[in-house]
Design a protein around this ligand. Structure first.
Ligand code: HEM
Length: 418
């Protein structure tokens, strides 16, 4: 395991202050990133479909649970082709070295509509079934112990940088058969694409390019020299639609698995540690009664839902009293939906024993997260091992906590002590 730890020094540049959230919302507004709940609450009661014209493309943001779910179902009128871009204009997208953009295969199934979405999703589901995922529990537990060994005697750490951020890239590298030493590089690429790339288009292009070149070389290598790993299995699958374009399809899938699997899960682990480090009563309760871990994980997913996706209208779509014009975007505001009082009792309260909790943190409809079993396992193991080793802890320096926002929200600096 490399000792290099990725630091998190960046924060988005200041943006024009928002005066009217109903017509000019900004996902990168600093106060919104730190605490979006008051904005959603206001919008839900006054203007449940907010809009913005910032960054070139008119973008809509629903805040009600039922609306988010209904809009996620409007496929393909609201399309997922190239959803990884939320607010960046198209000229800033990176060129794909395998030229896989035009049919949505650059990160399928998430970047595609049916039929491509259907068969690419089918290819990956077996590897993420509960039984297949269970096989990674031991690896993940050992990894969490090794990470904690490094800082437990110091009495403090940055729980985002030294712990949460270190887990998913190593689990994904293990799953896909990449050199485990690449984990830090994955973190850099993913942050360069999803986080820093959100406000620095040049960084986005550079990181995406480097990452795609790396993936193409790995996939070509497995094509020539099959091994016992997921990339080799995907290349060998008997999928008629893939024939003749195996390399493009599998590079796209790997692209997605690394991007979807890293930022999301480390954000969730970090948010959970933030909660328990700032709420002594819940920390003590979970430390004393570990049977609460599964409901606590679900509640962390609901409350801190890290992922907001987007769709692009392929035609004019009438929804309620708004018309989403062809070419405009709609945010899949899964986090906002999870705080709708019509769907959850006391949604802005964290209840780690909440039992009725059909949240949308993993999305809704045909694109619902294919990696949710792995995400839950990683969260359960990461929290379980942390509580075994460090049952008493608290935030060390709340003023120095930073959050990333935009497409994936979570803490990026989280000083903790014990
Ligand atoms: C807590 C962690 C995670 C959260 C909150 C999360 C959330 C989501 C959400 C909201 C979507 C739906 C996107 C949309 O509607 O456009 C999604 C899709 C997806 N996620 Fe996750 N995810 C997590 C972890 C993972 C992991 C660990 C993997 C696998 C390595 C993964 C793989 C995928 C894939 C493949 C899709 C696309 C499914 C499709 O388009 O059919 N995710 N995820």
């Amino acid at each position: 395991m490399s000792n290099a730890e990725t630091t998190n020094p960046t924060s988005p540049p200041a943006t024009e202050p928002v005066e009217d959230w109903t017509t000019d919302f900004d996902l990168l507004d600093a106060d919104y990133i730190t605490d979006p709940l008051p904005v959603w609450e206001d919008l839900r009661s006054g203007c449940p479909m907010a809009r913005t014209d910032r960054r070139g493309i008119r973008t809509w943001m629903p805040t009600r649970f039922d609306d988010v779910r209904a809009l996620a179902g409007l496929v393909p009128d609201l399309s997922s082709k190239d959803p990884l871009v939320i607010t960046l204009p198209p000229e800033f997208q990176a060129i794909d070295p395998l030229d896989a953009n035009e049919d949505g295969l650059n990160a399928a199934p998430i970047s595609a509509d049916p039929p491509e979405q259907t068969w690419t999703r089918k290819m990956i589901l077996p590897a993420f079934a509960p039984k297949a995922i269970e096989a990674h529990r031991g690896f993940t537990e050992n990894l969490c112990h090794e990470l904690i060994d490094r800082f437990v005697d110091d009495g403090s750490c940055d729980a985002a940088v030294q712990y949460a951020q270190q887990i998913p890239p190593r689990v994904i590298a293990h799953l896909l058969g990449f050199d485990p030493g690449m984990a830090d590089q994955f973190v850099e690429w993913v942050r360069g694409i999803l986080e820093i790339g959100f406000y620095d288009p040049a960084a986005r292009v550079k990181n995406r390019q480097e990452f795609n070149v790396f993936l193409a070389a790995e996939v070509k290598d497995r094509w020539a020299n099959p091994r016992d790993d997921l990339i080799s299995q995907l290349l060998r699958m008997d999928v008629p639609e893939m024939e003749g374009r195996e390399l493009r399809v599998v590079v796209g899938i790997c692209n997605l698995l690394v991007i979807a699997g890293i930022d999301t899960t480390w954000s969730s682990i970090g948010s959970a540690l933030f909660h328990f480090g700032s709420t002594p009563a819940d920390r003590r309760r979970l430390a004393d009664d570990r049977s609460l871990l599964p409901t606590a994980v679900e509640e962390m997913l609901r409350y801190y839902s890290p992922v907001t996706m987007a769709r692009v209208a392929q035609t004019d779509v009438e929804y309620g009293d708004v018309v989403i014009r062809e070419g405009e975007k709609v945010l899949m505001n899964f986090p906002g939906a999870n705080h709708d009082p019509e769907a959850f009792e006391d949604p802005d309260q964290i209840q780690i024993d909440r039992t009725r909790n059909r949240h949308l943190a993993f999305g809704s409809g045909i694109h619902r997260c294919a990696g949710s079993n792995l995400a839950r396992l990683e969260m359960e193991v990461a929290l379980g091992v942390w509580f075994d080793r460090i049952p008493e802890f608290e935030l060390a320096d709340p003023a120095h906590i930073t959050w990333a926002g935009g497409q994936v929200r979570g803490p990026r600096q989280l000083p903790m002590h014990w």
